[in-house]
Design a protein around this ligand. Structure first.
Ligand SMILES: [Zn+2]
Length: 393
């Protein structure tokens, strides 16, 4: 009987059923609502800070202490910490209790909380520095600041991406060169065959946080490296090869640079909307909030209201930008590893926390990776075209 990719895919789909499928569907579909909830929580938190006059008071304090440049920084730090405190119950639910409820976390509260504090410190510092720059652009170029603001945002993003593998990621996990053994042999074979420098492959102890199988490409310029996590390391060799070939795909296809360029365009468009939307908000509510205008560093919460709306509405666009790259890496990975069944088995394992068979529209709006079904059918179609090859795994 001829090999039928549709039937082979259905056979894979049938291996995730009953309570296990209901659980992964519930976890992932709950995430749809969390996108809306996060937007609303951000909205409410910023409205609290504005309506209760905290933003105005913080702004007066910051301006009494320093000149306009530093005042923006002095406003941003306590403002961001206030927002962190107001939204803490929500983050606690989504990132801690909900993950534990679905059995997806290996961390106790103290360890998780410690990581959160590091994350908040780094995030607050970077965001406050960025606001210092963006607000200087607003003061000096009241009409065209959004262009400079987009440039600064991308600049901070690129510096962060470049430094993350060296200075940020090691704050949370240990990265070590891949230990000798069959996995290293196979991964380095794949890397060399696809033109990736072999000294860029690392092992990360992600099981500290969860049992999720994963690998990634991070860094820019000299810091680019590919890491596989210890949960992946425990899988079958052809499953590992199929995932690592996918990661090599991101590297070889220059996905990081392509993403940076598209994100730069999106941020420029978003800030252009902010440059129109924020003054509009201020003419209506600025008096009640005590915010004097765009030159007031306390305008940040009002600006956040507008940009949150833009990012919320843009969710399907950003998800699709990433998902299209993931699909490209999937096909690259199939061609490089030649392990369609290894890849299909991994896609099934990843579907323990990602809805496996969404509708096409659902996948476009909510998925930043192809669904399990899309990945398995892609692998089975690839397999159908290579049945006469003897090296398929
Ligand atoms: Zn990927």
């Amino acid at each position: 009987m001829a090999f039928d990719p549709e039937l082979a895919t259905q056979a894979y789909m049938a291996t995730l059923k009953g309570a296990a499928r209901a659980k992964s569907d519930a976890y992932f579909e709950g995430g749809y609502w969390l996108i809306l909830a996060e937007f609303l929580v951000t909205l409410v938190a910023n409205l609290i800070v504005l309506r209760l006059g905290w933003a105005a008071r913080l702004s007066r304090w910051a301006r009494s202490k320093a000149g306009p440049l530093l005042a923006a920084f002095l406003f941003a730090v306590p403002y961001l910490l206030l927002i962190t405190i107001i939204t803490a119950p929500y983050v606690l639910y989504t990132d801690f209790f909900r993950e534990h409820a679905y059995g997806l976390s290996n961390q106790g509260f103290a360890e998780w909380g410690g990581e959160q504090l590091i994350f908040i410190a780094v995030d607050t510092l970077l965001a406050a520095l960025l606001w210092m720059g963006v607000h200087a652009a607003i003061r000096h170029f009241p009409r065209n600041w959004w262009l400079g603001g987009a440039g600064l945002t991308i600049g901070v993003m690129m510096v962060t991406i470049t430094l993350a593998p060296v200075y940020l990621d090691p704050l949370f996990n240990d990265y070590t060169p891949l230990p000798d053994g069959p996995v290293k042999t196979e991964v380095l074979k794949l890397a060399r065959a696809n033109g990736v420098p072999a000294d860029n492959v690392y092992l990360v102890d992600a099981s500290r946080q969860s049992d999720r199988i994963s690998a990634n490409v991070k860094g820019l310029f000299g810091t680019t490296r590919i890491a596989l996590n210890d949960n992946l390391m425990k899988q079958d060799i052809h499953e590992i090869r199929s995932v690592m070939a996918h990661e090599l795909g991101h590297y070889v296809l220059n996905h990081m640079w392509k993403l940076i360029i598209t994100v730069a365009l999106l941020i420029a468009v978003s800030l252009a909307v902010v440059a129109v939307g924020t003054p509009w908000l201020l003419t209506r509510f600025g008096g009640r909030w005590g915010i004097e205008g765009m030159a007031d560093p306390g305008v940040l919460p009002a600006l956040t209201l507008v940009i949150s709306l833009v990012f919320f509405l843009g969710t399907p666009i950003t998800n699709s930008m990433i998902r299209v790259q993931e699909q490209e890496a999937d096909v690259f990975g199939l061609n490089a590893a030649r392990a369609p069944d290894g890849f299909a088995r991994i896609a099934m394992k990843l579907s323990q926390y990602r809805k496996i068979e969404p509708s096409p529209l659902e996948e476009v709006i909510f998925f930043d990776h192809p669904s399990g079904h899309t990945r398995v059918i892609t692998a089975m179609r690839w397999k159908a075209e290579h049945l006469d090859a003897s090296d398929i795994k």
